[in-house]
Design a protein around this ligand. Structure first.
Ligand code: PYC
Length: 310
């Protein structure tokens, strides 16, 4: 399996160029479902130790159904599929440019949740025009053991998020263990209380939000990802969900810039335009760097060929 590794604002992406499973044809959503149902071990074996680590996100290149798209991409984390992934889209574009498959300019990628446009500005910097994002519920309260009542918004940014301004400790890197534990408790409490995204979808990301810590920043976040790792980047889909909430509250106007900081201090510059269905169309700009080009080996005699799982 040939892969290129990159990071976007510190968050790693492993792009599978070849050697991935044959998912047949059909829509990207169908093929993503097949990846999840028929190739369950792939996510963990590609991303987890000993080949990777739990913060890694995978991006599987597949032929697009839409002839206008330069590629189809299915995103996954160690425990399953992601709908869209902002950092991995920037990482994929920069990785494809690194091997000469695309040039700076505008490219369309097909994802399981819709088409996204990528403007590759140079060999590192790209802007992603994400799928339409929206807030589903405002000020939802949930009782969380040891934390008490936590209130937040449920929003879609290509994945489902619960965004809250209640943060148990300051949004600093030295607090990631407490932040991760608290976010897991919030996520579990949401599931127990039956609070979901549209159509009963699991809210698999929890985003604590707070004030920026750098000059020129507008907000900082901590994002818990489905497998339990935290996003090192400001989370493209999470920031899209945040934009949808800011727009719905009248706190950010179309075209106005918002600089989002991650828990490690990396940043995205984002803005939005009104979407056709009442939500927002976010543009997320960030930088990615290639860290490795390699071939993954899966030796059938290796007791940990399928990854070390908890
Ligand atoms: O950038 O959208 C994102 C993302 C989702 C999970 C990890 N990163």
């Amino acid at each position: 399996m040939r892969v290129i590794d990159s990071h976007t604002g510190g968050e790693p992406t492993r792009l599978i160029l070849s050697g991935g499973p044959d998912l047949g044809d059909g829509s990207l959503a169908d093929r993503a479902r097949r990846l999840q149902e028929e190739h369950k071990d792939l996510c963990a074996s590609v991303l987890l130790e000993p080949r990777g680590h739990d913060a890694m996100v995978g991006a599987l290149l597949v032929p697009p159904t839409d002839p206008e798209c330069v590629a189809g991409v299915i995103y996954f984390n160690p425990v399953g599929n992601l709908g869209m992934c902002g950092h991995a889209t920037i990482g994929t574009a920069v990785s494809l440019a690194h091997i000469g498959r695309i040039l700076p300019g505008t490219h369309l990628f097909e994802t399981p949740v819709g088409r996204v446009e990528v403007e590759l500005h140079d060999m590192h910097r790209a802007s992603v025009v994400n799928v339409e994002s929206y807030r589903l519920h405002k000020d939802v309260s949930v009782e969380v053991p040891r934390l008490g009542t936590v209130t937040g918004d449920v929003a879609w940014g290509g994945n489902w998020f619960f965004l809250t301004a209640d943060t148990p400790v300051a949004l600093n890197l030295e607090n990631v263990v407490q932040l991760s534990a608290a976010a897991q408790q919030v996520r579990d409490a949401l599931a127990t209380a039956g609070i979901t995204g549209a159509d009963g979808a699991w809210i698999d990301h929890v985003e604590f939000t707070g004030p920026a810590q750098s000059a020129g920043g507008h907000g900082r976040n901590f994002v818990l990802c489905p497998g339990g790792a935290y996003d090192r980047s400001p989370c493209g889909t999470g920031t899209s969900a945040k934009l949808a909430c800011l727009a719905a509250d009248g706190l950010l106007t179309p075209g106005q810039d918002w600089r989002q900081e991650s828990i490690i201090g990396s940043t995205y510059l984002v803005s939005y335009w009104a979407g056709p269905n009442g939500g927002v169309i976010p543009t997320v700009t960030g930088e990615a760097y290639v860290t490795a080009q390699s071939e993954l080996v899966f030796d059938p005699q290796d007791p940990y060929a399928l990854g070390i799982r908890g």
